[in-house]
Design a binder for this molecule. Structure first.
Ligand SMILES: [Ca+2]
Ligand SMILES: [Ca+2]
Length: 191
């Protein structure tokens, strides 16, 4: 069964062309009405990457050998509460200026995932972690980079780009020494 009913697609189309009908009002979407059908989409998520950590070498199905990884902590809010199912799309930009240049960034699309324990239409905020595999040749190990995340809610509405500047892990998966992304009191995560 396709979990996305035709009604959802129709609502998305309606939202996309809504501006033509009543330019004067600038009214918020009628969420009460939408809720009657069991859907609650209407607003895009707002995302912040709160930190980078270095879980070390990890095994992945796609790679024969363990590869270095970086993990992002991401806080997401959404007024319409439809964060029960989200997708995290990641970007990597080699120019560490705090902005993702999408034309030159690498894009790593995510998969929609159900947030464990989240209630449909009643999940206005979630904190998630997303781990990214960094196989040889994908990024320069140890280099300061911009990392971006765009979150899609259960209706597929995308957040603005959240950005954090952190060094890539070293080739052995560890955090580089003297990492400028060290936010707190330099706690050692050497496992
Ligand atoms: Ca939403
Ligand atoms: Ca940049």
């Amino acid at each position: 069964m396709n979990p996305i009913p035709a009604a959802v697609a129709a609502l998305l189309l309606g939202a996309a062309c809504g501006g033509k009908e009543e330019d004067s009002g600038g009214k918020a979407p009628d969420l009460t009405h939408i809720s009657d059908t069991g859907d609650c989409e209407g607003t895009p998520p707002v995302a912040t990457i709160t930190g980078c950590t270095y879980p070390g070498l990890q095994e992945f199905e796609n790679y024969d050998d363990p590869v270095p990884t970086i993990r992002f902590a991401i806080d997401v809010t959404d007024e319409d509460g439809d964060l029960d199912r989200i997708e995290v799309d990641l970007y990597v930009d080699a120019e560490p200026d705090g902005v993702i240049d999408e034309a030159n960034a690498d894009y790593v699309p995510g998969q929609p995932k159900t947030v464990s324990g989240a209630e449909v239409c009643n999940t206005p905020s979630v904190s998630v972690t997303q781990t990214l595999a960094l196989p040889t040749g994908f990024v320069e190990y140890g280099a300061e980079l911009d990392w971006g995340a765009r979150i899609l809610d259960s209706a597929g509405l995308a957040s603005d780009m959240a950005v954090i500047t952190c060094p890539a892990p070293l080739e052995d998966g560890t955090e580089p020494d003297g990492a400028s992304g060290g936010d707190t009191s330099g706690d050692d995560t050497g496992a």
